[in-house]
Design a binder for this molecule. Structure first.
Ligand SMILES: O=C(CO)[C@H](O)[C@H](O)COP(=O)(O)O
Length: 241
């Protein structure tokens, strides 16, 4: 178990390095989660100190509220149209900069925002860096209508990929099923390892009740990994830079 204060220092280091990538006038995507929240706070400090303007699109209601409360200009993605840069956290980052996201149940909007950006940069602490995706439960956002049939179809997809039997867990908030910002449900796949993320992504995307899964493949170009001493390590996907 990582000391939370160590993780906080690492997140802050990554967030500060990401703030340095922001240029005045940019159209910026803001991620969701605790690391993204540190970034939003540091970004607001810089904008206040330097007095430049930005147009921001948020990936969740929570981030929109935080950014607005700190004085950042938040607009709907469709008002902005396209983004220069998105900065977001991740639950896992592999050596190819493929990601698992959705620990905060926001991966649908996060993927829409990231793929509507010229560049997506992930900020994270060292614990998020893995050799192979899958230890973190893979979130899959599903439509409430017929969600149990959708779960059966996900099970069959996992069987085809020899990833079965594994638990498929309906995410809850307290006693109730968690609802995403879009009013959908989250099924968390406890896979432990995902040897072929492309194949799993294709199977999941082909299921009618699946809105979006948390595999972010070939989307992130740069990961900034923060360390507790305030330094950062950057991981790049050269072909996307
Ligand atoms: O994907 C996400 C939300 O859907 C988050 O970016 C991810 O869960 C990381 O969160 P944190 O920075 O709190 O560890």
């Amino acid at each position: 178990m990582t000391d939370p204060s160590i993780a906080d220092l690492s997140k802050d280091a990554a967030a500060r390095a990401a703030v340095a990538l922001v240029e005045p006038g940019m159209r910026l995507g803001l991620g969701t989660g605790s690391t993204a929240a540190v970034f939003v706070r540091r970004l607001a400090e810089r904008v206040k100190a330097e007095g430049f303007s930005l147009r921001c699109a948020a990936t969740s209601k929570a981030t929109a509220e935080q950014a607005t409360s700190l004085g950042l200009q938040v607009e709907e993605l469709d008002e902005i149209g396209w983004l220069d840069l998105t900065i977001d956290g991740a639950d896992e980052v592999d050596p190819d900069l493929n990601l698992i996201k959705g620990g905060g149940a926001a991966h649908l909007r996060e993927k829409i925002v990231a793929t509507a950006s010229n560049r997506m940069v992930v900020i994270a602490d060292q614990n998020k860096v893995v050799e192979q995706l899958g230890q973190f439960h893979l979130p899959v956002e599903v439509i409430p209508f017929g969600w149990q049939a959708t779960r059966t179809l996900i099970q069959r997809a996992l069987e085809r990929l020899s990833l079965w039997p594994r638990p498929i867990l309906l995410r809850k908030r307290g006693e109730e099923p968690l609802r995403t910002d879009e009013g959908n449900l989250i099924l968390d796949l406890a896979l432990e390892a995902i040897p072929d993320p492309e194949a799993l992504a294709a199977e999941l995307s082909a299921i009618a009740g699946v809105v979006e899964h948390g595999l972010f493949l070939n989307i992130c170009q740069l990961a900034i990994i923060g360390r507790p001493d305030g330094s950062v390590v950057t991981l790049r996907r050269e072909d996307k830079e």
